[in-house]
Design a binder for this molecule. Structure first.
Ligand SMILES: [Zn+2]
Length: 283
């Protein structure tokens, strides 16, 4: 699922391709807006708000899209083959003389008045990558439902906007608690530190091609993970720097302690954790 940093990269690519140029062709392939014609209008800017993409167009209009689980915007040069998926998955085409942006499998695509964007995104909590990032407000919102499992609270975009399932799992690992621990049960001071860490991780990844949460290990020499830990069996040597601690690593050894990483669903989303490094309830 696209996370805040991916959406931000998409917004930056769309902005570079479209902003300041006149649309020579625009095609919205959703019934409600199929007759709306944006061609002849200049694209003013493309920006991300949480995981929402806002393409603002001359004349006070905003094309709002959301990538949800597997949506994508691809950008093509004239004559280049479109490779984002079969034609029936195309929801939007925005073209100028140099570039064509094609939106695939967009579950949300709507045309709004720019003055009414807040109807679409106003429910979002402070945006981790937005200019108005407000960590204090994010902590306050997370604490508003103190009994909620941390993993669910971090994913709720009304608390803070930008965390997807990958970061949810990684942040819980870094906080050394399970995603099922109620927010109020976090040790003192952990929540503000976790919120600050979320911001640092997303910010550090906004321009990286591969999302990584283990980057701190690159700065500081890490103990050899293959060295035997007392009481644990020795680990096979790591061949590559692992970009993530737990996400997608079910059954493989924890990078810290070697215990096999576990995987189970939380709110229908695959959730990974180390049963030795992370304390708290589990299903
Ligand atoms: Zn571990």
């Amino acid at each position: 699922m696209p996370e805040g940093d991916t959406v931000l990269q998409t917004a930056a690519r769309l902005h570079a391709a479209l902003a300041g140029r006149v649309l020579t062709h625009a095609d919205l392939r959703v019934p409600r807006f199929a007759t709306a014609d944006l061609s002849g209008r200049t694209v003013l800017d493309v920006t991300a708000r949480g995981k929402h993409l806002l393409t603002r167009v001359e004349g006070g209009l905003t094309l709002h899209s959301h990538l949800r689980m597997d949506g994508a915007w691809r950008i093509y040069a004239p004559g280049e083959r479109w490779r984002g998926g079969p034609g029936h998955q195309i929801r939007a085409v925005l073209a100028n003389t140099d570039r064509t942006a094609v939106g695939y499998r967009l579950p949300v695509l709507e045309l709004l008045r720019t003055s009414e964007e807040s109807k679409a995104v106003g429910h979002l909590g402070p945006d981790l990558l937005g200019p108005d990032w407000n960590p204090g407000l994010a902590v306050e919102r997370l604490l508003a439902a103190p009994d909620r499992p941390l993993g669910e609270a971090l994913l709720d975009q009304r608390n803070l906007a930008g965390i997807g399932n990958v970061y949810k799992c990684e942040l819980c690992f870094l906080a050394r608690v399970t995603p099922w621990l109620p927010v109020c049960a976090l040790p003192d001071g952990t929540l503000p530190r976790l919120v600050a860490l979320a911001h640092r991780l997303l910010d550090a990844n906004r321009e990286r091609p591969t999302r990584t949460t283990t980057i701190r290990a690159e700065r500081r020499p890490r103990p050899d993970p293959s060295a035997p830990v007392p009481g644990k069996r020795p680990l096979p040597p790591l061949r590559v720097q692992e970009p993530l601690y737990v996400y997608g690593r079910g059954g493989r050894p924890c990078l810290r302690c070697g215990t096999p990483i576990r995987k189970i669903d939380q709110e229908d989303r695959p959730t990974y954790w180390c049963p030795a490094c992370q304390s708290g309830p589990t299903p």
